[in-house]
Design a protein around this ligand. Sequence first.
Ligand code: DQA
Length: 144
Amino acid sequence: MKILVINGPNLNMLGIREPAHYGRETYADLVEKIQAHCDSKGVQVTLFQSNHEGALVDEIQKAYGTMDGIVINPGAYTHTSIAILDAVKSVNIPTVEVHISKVEEREEFRQISYVRLACVKTITGHGTDGYLEAIDYLFKGEQP
Ligand code: DQA
């Protein structure tokens, strides 16, 4: 099974940015944690992070016909990007939305998620473990 894990803007600043919301783990720690988890399950994982909306759309499109699942944390683009929603709809790959923080308990503007409309599941507020839960969910869905 092949899974693409996509992180949007400012997630490369993990460990530095707002630790009360996002914790102390760095993006490099997150990459290592996801890689180790996927190795233990025999899942082939590709990790991608960008601060640019178009680059995220390009990466989602590249997944078409090559990936079996997508885990996406679009960062602030969650709340603004119809382009990312349309990209996920276009490729028709089971996609799980992840947020490190509990977005539903934060500002009003974080209550909208466009990408959610194309996702099979949403995980919020479980810290970086949310990514592993998303991978497990997609992995289970693939088992006969
Ligand atoms: C986030 C929540 C978003 O509202 C925010 O803009 C982020 C991170 C999260 O992981 O909790 O960049 O997606």
